[in-house]
Ligand binder design. Structure first.
Ligand code: OXD
Ligand code: MN
Length: 604
């Protein structure tokens, strides 16, 4: 294992690392090589420190449980900033501060912040190492928990430094848990800044660079994921003419062996991982998985849009994951995985709510306390997670690491909506589809540290992840139609698995049954699949959805496929007000789309 800076041949990187070490004043410096031995060593060290508990080797080999501090359990959107010279570049949906001012503030925060700790240097590649479409980052962190999670989620180590070479470009990503140790001070198992107001997740897209302070959790701390592969990459993609999106990528194969690739944007904790690796209930249909969270897409030589997943792991929400909802995820994290904030059973295994197995009579809950089913609190935190290697997914697609990506035939947009939005709705054309994406909304979930269940606009599921002005982002999406023959772009569909009846029951069974909707989408892409034209788009014609073998009350089906004119008029009003917030950055085409929707609705 390498130590110090000796192995680094990139002058710019070396200079940055020297500056960072001088600022943060760690006791030790360690350069990660990305080897399996290093991963094992670090996990053992985390066990010795009490951060990790090794799970039962027979039940769950090479798996670990971590419990975070209760103040550090989710992304912190209100502490997340896009810092530019001019506020208009960050736009109305992002927190902003002047870049130079924020850098000074961050420098004060980071001063001596690694005292008593080791500074780990993690060279990582989002996308296959050496591919011209990949981006290299170097995360400097004082958290060994971050090191092992990054090793699963990205490509890490010496091979990345080799690809970087002497003068290659990288995104500097500086992270600290914000908990320096005084000489002799005993460490805690989850060091972090306890006061949420002192956490800062800051992006400087004009550099580009990332500074993250105070949190050790998920998207706040694993800087390759939300920070680099979405916020920074989206800003880079806009300049370079491609797309960096909060999307799953799946392949759908028909019983005849025909394959189409689909990418889907859904807000956090709205079932992306379940859909990405679903087991279709329709006989003969097959889903294979290429990614569950992020898609980078470019127009290929044939004019089609090609998507690749820049990650190598899944950082999925545990509660609700079961052999019924997602058998392939369950089989993915049987080994070599990390669980955070789930419950620990007396057998040394993990448990969470809706895992599909009876609650244990006794467990240790996510806060480390005794728990039994009669406790009036959850055993696992609602945003507890598994970190698992994508390569272990039983339905991983053979092309999941293809640097050229796969051609996308259809986009799905969606959210968690109890009313109004039908089960599936196809856009009239690209511009209308972009309008639909811009209009998306969803009820908030525990993936962010704030109130859950509140309906908010979440365009393209990118509200927390767009690294520039969202109005310009809409323009960028529209411009894809000028970059290729629009007929070659993916068809766009809006889906909603989360409709409820007036009495609160779920109207649609979801999970593997979503294959029935995917089949209709597949047929539409192939030029078939009967549809009716409605004011909001094309909906499946009566009998067009394959419901064979499904016991779905006819009134539920009618509600799922109805156009709720009054509800949509309300949607359109709300959207108009939302659009006003973008001022002159809102593309005129979207205002026209909204006016056309209102006009169609008025005709009923
Ligand atoms: C995630 C999220 O972790 O969207 O993927 O919060
Ligand atoms: Mn996500």
């Amino acid at each position: 294992m390498a130590a110090g800076f000796e192995a680094i041949g990139n002058g710019e990187l070396l200079a940055w690392l020297r500056d960072v070490a001088q600022l943060c004043m760690p006791d030790n410096v360690y350069l990660c090589d990305g080897s399996p031995e290093e991963y094992a060593y670090m996990c053992d060290q985390l066990v010795r420190q009490g951060t990790f508990t090794r799970l039962n080797e027979t039940l769950r080999p090479d798996c670990f449980l971590a419990r975070s501090h209760p103040s550090d359990v989710a992304r912190v959107e209100d502490r997340t900033y896009i810092c530019t010279g001019d506020q208009a570049e960050a736009g109305p949906t992002n927190n902003w501060a002047p870049a130079e001012e924020m850098k000074l503030k961050m420098a004060c925060m980071f001063k001596d912040c690694m005292a008593g700790r080791t500074m780990y240097i993690i060279p990582f590649s989002m996308g296959p190492v050496g591919s011209p479409f990949s981006m290299i980052g170097v995360e400097v962190t004082d958290s060994p928990y971050v090191v092992v999670n990054m090793t699963i989620m990205t490509r890490v180590g010496t091979k990345v430094l080799e690809a970087l070479g002497a003068d290659g470009k990288f995104v500097p990503c500086l992270h600290s848990v914000g908990a320096p140790l005084a000489p002799g001070q005993e460490d805690v198992t989850w060091p972090c800044e306890r006061d949420p107001a002192n956490k800062y997740i800051v992006h400087f897209p004009e550099d580009p660079s990332i500074w993250s302070y105070g949190s050790g959790y998920g998207g706040n701390a694993l800087l390759g994921k939300k920070c680099l592969a979405l916020r920074i990459a989206s800003a880079v993609a806009r300049k370079e003419g491609w797309l960096a999106e909060h999307m799953l990528i799946l392949a759908l194969t028909s019983p005849e062996g025909k394959k189409h690739y689909v990418a889907g944007a859904f807000p956090s904790a709205c079932g992306k991982t379940n859909l990405a690796m679903m087991q279709p209930t329709l006989p003969g249909w097959k889903v294979t998985c290429l990614g569950d969270d992020i898609a980078w897409m470019r127009i290929g030589a044939d004019g089609r849009l090609y998507a690749m997943n820049p990650e190598t792991g899944f950082f999925g929400v545990a509660p609700g994951t079961s052999y019924q909802s997602n058998p392939n995820a369950m089989d993915t994290f049987t080994r070599n995985s990390i669980f955070t904030n789930v419950a620990l059973t007396d057998h040394g295994d993990v448990w969470w709510e809706e895992m599909g197995v009876p609650a244990p009579a006794h467990a240790i809950d996510w806060e480390g306390n005794d728990w039994s089913p009669d406790a009036d609190r959850k055993a696992a935190h609602p945003n507890s997670r598994f970190t698992a290697p994508a390569s272990q997914c039983p339905v991983i697609d053979p092309d999941w690491q293809n640097p050229a990506g796969v051609p996308i035939s259809a986009f799905l947009f969606g959210g968690r909506r109890a009313s109004t939005i039908p089960l599936v709705n196809e856009a009239f054309d690209w511009e209308h589809g972009v309008f639909m994406g811009s209009a998306a909304g969803s009820e908030t979930t525990a993936a962010n540290l704030s109130k859950t269940g509140v309906l908010r606009h979440d365009p393209f599921a990118m509200l927390p992840f767009c690294g520039y002005n969202m109005g310009d982002y809409f323009t960028h999406w529209l411009s894809m139609a000028d970059r290729t023959d629009a007929a070659k772009l993916p068809r766009i569909f809006f889906v909603n698995w989360f409709r409820k009846g007036d009495d609160g029951h779920w109207l649609w069974p979801g999970y593997g049954e979503n294959s029935r909707v995917l089949k209709w989408i597949f047929e539409r892409v192939e030029g078939g699949g009967e549809a009716v034209e409605t004011p909001i788009g094309y909906l499946p014609a009566p009998d067009a959805l394959d419901l064979s073998g499904l016991d779905l009350p006819s009134e539920d089906l009618s509600a799922l496929l109805a156009v709720d004119i009054e509800g949509w008029k309300g949607e359109a009003e709300g959207l108009g007000t939302y659009y006003d917030g973008f001022g002159d950055r809102l593309p005129g085409a979207l205002r026209k789309q909204l006016a056309a929707l209102k006009e169609r609705l008025s005709r009923g």
